[in-house]
Design a protein around this ligand. Structure first.
Ligand SMILES: Cc1cc2nc3c(=O)[nH]c(=O)nc-3n(C[C@H](O)[C@H](O)[C@H](O)COP(=O)(O)O)c2cc1C
Length: 334
């Protein structure tokens, strides 16, 4: 692979979702391999002290790289957590040969820069069952289960835990960390743009599912959050499909696989016109995470809740930025 080929692959990889758009990754490319490292300088010590959600984020960047590589006509073998003494070395993709990209390879790669987290309420039509089956299969290939939260007692238990977690997330250190990653500059290359977050109180959204309150503590004095239109008709209550993704174990290997599963299902969903937003408050805190495990009688460890549905016809919210490839990719000589 030439350097410019890796630049294209890594540019695609960086479009992966990451917690608070921290993009906690670095890549090193050689002639036939790409190594992925965790970038500790972008850690979230309050919200994600074990690095679980950031390693998941790196896993989805890894899967986006695999998809980009396949569409560019190369096969890659993925090796996770090679035992080379560097705890930040998360994965290696070794180029093993060439391939004729299939229509699916191209379709998934084309979804990479069309996918964005959509937090606005979704349309009321349901996500088709065959797509849900496909997402379960795809994640299953990466050791990750996907459980739709459809039974009403499970939905109630999950909604209650999400709300409880949202209440717990009012501490000063947590709010300061969120605030550090919110962006008002339209040219920002990382962090969550304020316009990507629906304005107004998340408790007043037409949904059972509370999205993360990115501007808690700021709402009163915020100059950038427009007031709602008091004469607007009440919006239809959305009925998203919420799925819980989880793994058998709960270490870095499992987190990487969950991230790869997330990356892959988001691309399949996008290709099918379905949008998503992760909803991970309930999993930030050991207490609510363990409670979710027991309330839903889960075998294994919950890693992510994801809200899926058809996005509103008119796009709402800003697209989050990405760091330039030269900031995240270095080359080793061949
Ligand atoms: C592990 C993980 C957890 C996330 N948790 C949330 C969340 O709780 N609420 C939310 O609105 N977005 C969440 N996100 C989405 C990120 O905020 C989003 O990916 C990032 O801001 C980049 O924007 P994009 O997905 O539109 O490219 C999460 C993403 C990841 C990978």
């Amino acid at each position: 692979m030439e350097e410019q080929d890796w630049v294209r692959v890594v540019a695609d990889a960086t479009w992966a979702p990451s917690i608070l758009d921290t993009q906690p990754w670095r890549f090193v490319a050689g002639p036939d391999r790409l190594d992925l490292f965790f970038d500790r300088e972008r850690a979230l010590p309050v919200l994600d002290p074990t690095g679980r959600q950031q390693v998941i984020s790196c896993g989805s960047a890894l899967e986006f790289a695999v998809v980009a590589l396949s569409a560019a006509g190369s096969d890659g073998a993925v090796d996770l957590l090679t035992d080379d003494g560097d705890p930040d070395h998360l994965a290696t993709i070794e180029v093993t040969g060439t391939r004729d990209p299939s229509d699916e390879d191209r379709g998934l790669a084309a979804a990479i820069d069309r996918r964005h987290t959509v937090r606005a309420p979704f349309e009321s039509r349901a996500v088709p069952a065959d797509l849900v089956d496909r997402l379960q299969e795809e994640a299953g290939l990466l050791d990750t289960w996907v459980k739709p939260i459809t039974r009403s007692e499970e939905e109630v238990a999950t909604v209650v835990l999400v709300s409880r977690a949202e209440e717990m997330e009012q501490g000063a250190a947590y709010l300061a960390e969120i605030q550090r990653w919110m962006r008002t500059d339209p040219g920002a290359v990382d962090g969550v743009p304020v316009e990507a977050v629906p304005s107004g109180n998340p408790h007043a959204r037409p949904s059972n599912w509370l999205i993360r309150d990115f501007v808690a503590g700021e709402r009163e004095q915020s100059p950038f959050l427009p007031a709602g239109d008091p004469d607007a008709p009440p919006p239809e209550v959305e009925g998203p499909l919420v799925v819980l993704m989880g793994t058998g174990g709960d270490d870095r290997y499992d987190w990487l696989q969950a991230g790869r599963g997330l990356g892959r299902i988001l691309l399949h969903a996008t290709a099918a016109g379905v949008a998503a937003s992760p909803l991970t408050q309930a999993l930030d805190w050991p207490a609510t995470r363990t409670r979710l495990q027991s309330r839903l009688s889960l075998v294994g460890h919950p890693q992510l809740l994801v809200r899926l549905g058809y996005p509103p016809q008119t796009p709402t919210g800003a697209v989050s930025g990405r760091r330039p490839v030269e900031d995240v990719l270095t080359f080793v000589p061949g």
